[in-house]
Design a protein around this ligand. Structure first.
Ligand SMILES: [Zn+2]
Length: 344
């Protein structure tokens, strides 16, 4: 599988509510693949691919990533920020970031008080986010001319292969889902089911875009394609892993926002079995994704999340496994070619 498009998508900057660069790129790629391309008032990108039967499904991936917004420019030109989405302050210190200004991107670094003048106790604790600042290396007057309160900030990291068959990047959550959707649309040109394609906004701040997008759609099943946390690390017990890297596509039975109907779960498992697609069950008592908004749209739509496991999720060193991504695309392909036996 060629991951160059995933690299392109991950390296774009787009926090919740500021997804336009991602939307423009996906729209460019989607135009030859589907019909009725449009965006709505919130910025969701929608399109449709007709199927050979009357069954219709929604495939949804979110375009936004976690990030920051400048809320105060201190004397000296230091930029203070608030989080947009669930970003862990422990992961921010000493990172490179991109400040997206009206005049273009600026690289900055996140600093705090030097360790030499802190108390020993302070050094054992995470620095609170309100004590971190961005330094863009410019005099205060130049900062005042180029940076505005309200500018958004993304983590900065080149997409790179890691070890064997692993990929490391920022924003794999959820550009990897966007990549899988585009990939399956390139593969399956004449699906059995009609496909409402949704690239949603503002998932990271509470599933705000997907519900609005689905409101206008008639569908029998909805699938959210997202990244999910993999905690298969030494400091966690196996029952805390949530998902494992290399374990295949994670089919969700339950998370804090959705409980997948039993019949839908069984159909997805059956597709994995017959097509020999590596898969794992995801049960996550906390956290949710766009499936949570999709299943409550209109009079209700049976929904499930299909996820790519990602270590260090919501940081700039998110790690995914190429085989898990391939398995996710394979399962989407099976769905498009087979459809569902809808049950109650
Ligand atoms: Zn996500």
């Amino acid at each position: 599988m060629d991951f160059s498009n995933l690299k392109k998508l991950c390296e774009l900057g787009g926090i919740a509510g500021r997804e336009s660069a991602v939307r423009h790129e996906i729209a460019r790629q989607l135009r030859p693949l589907a019909q009725d391309l449009r965006s709505d008032a919130l910025g969701n990108l929608l399109a449709y691919l007709p199927g050979s039967t009357s069954q219709k499904i929604i495939l949804c991936a979110h375009m936004d990533e976690v990030g920051l917004m400048i809320h105060y420019i201190a004397p000296g030109g230091f930029l203070y920020f608030v989080p947009v989405g669930g970003i862990d302050p422990r992961t921010l210190l000493a990172q490179r970031v991109t400040v997206h200004t009206a005049q273009g991107p600026l690289t900055g670094v996140i600093g705090t008080k030097p360790a030499h003048i802190t108390q020993p106790k302070e050094r054992t604790q995470a620095v609170p986010m309100e004590e971190l600042f961005i330094d863009v290396g410019l005099p205060a007057e130049a900062v005042a001319q180029r940076v505005a309160v309200g500018d958004f900030v993304t983590l900065q990291r080149p997409f790179e292969p890691l070890g064997e068959g692993r990929l490391c990047a920022k924003a794999l959550d959820d550009r990897v889902g966007c990549f899988c959707l585009l990939e399956v649309l390139r593969r399956v040109r004449k699906p059995k089911v009609g496909v409402h394609i949704v690239f949603s906004v503002q998932e990271e701040v509470g599933l705000r875009g997907a519900g609005v997008a689905a409101f206008g759609l008639e569908a029998d099943v909805a699938l959210a394609v997202d990244a999910t946390g993999a905690a298969d690390i030494p400091s966690c017990r196996p029952q805390e892993y949530l998902t494992r890297l290399g374990g295949g596509v994670a089919v969700s039975a339950l998370d804090a926002a959705t409980i997948t109907p039993q019949w839908l779960l069984e159909e997805l498992w059956a597709l994995c079995r017959t097509r020999q697609i590596r898969s794992q069950l995801r049960i996550a008592p906390r956290g949710g994704n766009d499936a949570g908004a999709l299943h409550r749209s209109k009079a209700g739509v049976p929904a499930c999340a299909l996820s790519v496991p990602v270590r260090n999720i919501h940081s700039n060193v998110e790690v995914a496994d190429e085989q898990d991504i391939a398995a996710t695309v394979d399962l989407l392909q099976a769905v498009l070619e087979t459809g569902f036996q809808i049950k109650e």
